[in-house]
Design a binder for this molecule. Structure first.
Ligand code: AMP
Length: 251
């Protein structure tokens, strides 16, 4: 990123709260309970887009490049819960392997926990949540401030090749692609040296199911956030650097 973009980025994401507001929010959060609680003005940017559109890669890069941004991925939270063998993870596993959405209450509780535990003034890039209208309403009830919902637009025919070449570091979560973003040493994470893995749900059959779920359940969010006047779009069929820059220009 050039310095001009970085300056815009820093300006765009500069803390907007008065001094002490973050502490007040933390105090509110400590009393948090159901989804009806007002959590305070946490600043959130939602990433919308099909599986394989690059949401995680873009958000990961932006958060790594900018101290004012954090990245929260609902899919990563679920995969961590499965790896730890928690009750939520056990419940989620079957849905995820079939490419279906996990129950709203399960994922919403995880997001609520992250929001509750988050302090400081970073803008949160929320990747993978909400995934349907019911989840969007749950998020709205959490009282967070959704600054924008940015759609990373990629045609379905490009998605398949992207997902099937995708590799992930199970340790530090860095994402790669066998041709578009290969690691320096084949099969090994550049950042931590761990052997890369293929996600269980990144197989041709499950990908078709996940795309169908996206069109049926998640796409209505485009109209939902459009009606609120906060929908932005970027062309996701480009190099990661180009998509990341275009993304920041929309904030
Ligand atoms: P992702 O890593 O975002 O592609 O998510 C992988 C899988 O996790 C999805 O196919 C769903 O089974 C599940 N998942 C992730 N986020 C959500 C969500 N917000 N609601 C329901 N299921 C989700």
């Amino acid at each position: 990123m050039d310095s001009a973009s970085a300056a815009t980025l820093n300006g765009a994401c500069a803390p907007k709260r008065a001094n002490g507001a973050a502490e007040s929010r933390a105090a509110l959060l400590r009393g948090g309970g159901g989804f009806g609680i007002i959590y305070g003005a946490m600043d959130i940017v939602i990433l919308l887009g099909a599986p394989g559109s690059g949401k995680g890669t873009v958000a990961g890069k932006l958060a790594a490049d900018n101290a004012n941004l954090s990245h929260v991925s609902s899919g990563d939270l679920l995969r961590e819960a499965i790896a730890k063998g928690t009750a939520a993870g056990l419940e989620a596993k079957g849905y995820m392997e079939k490419g279906e959405l996990v129950p709203d209450a399960l994922i919403a509780a995880m997001i609520k926990d992250v929001v509750s535990a988050t302090t400081g003034d970073k803008t949160m890039l929320l990747d993978g949540f909400p995934r349907n209208l019911a989840q969007a309403e749950i998020l709205a009830q959490m009282g967070v401030s959704v600054r924008a919902a940015v759609l990373i637009d990629v045609p379905d025919d490009i998605i398949l090749g992207r997902i099937l070449g995708r590799r992930t570091c199970p340790n530090c979560k860095a994402g790669y692609h066998v041709t578009n973003l290969p690691p320096k040493v084949e099969g090994i994470c550049d950042k931590c040296g761990t052997r890369l893995t293929i996600r269980k749900d990144d197989n041709p059959d499950t990908v078709q199911d996940r795309l169908a779920v996206y069109h049926r359940q998640t796409e209505p969010l485009i109209e939902y956030y459009g009606a609120k006047g906060i929908l932005r779009k970027v062309d996701g069929n480009a190099d990661i650097e180009v998509v990341a820059k275009a993304f920041m220009e929309q904030l």
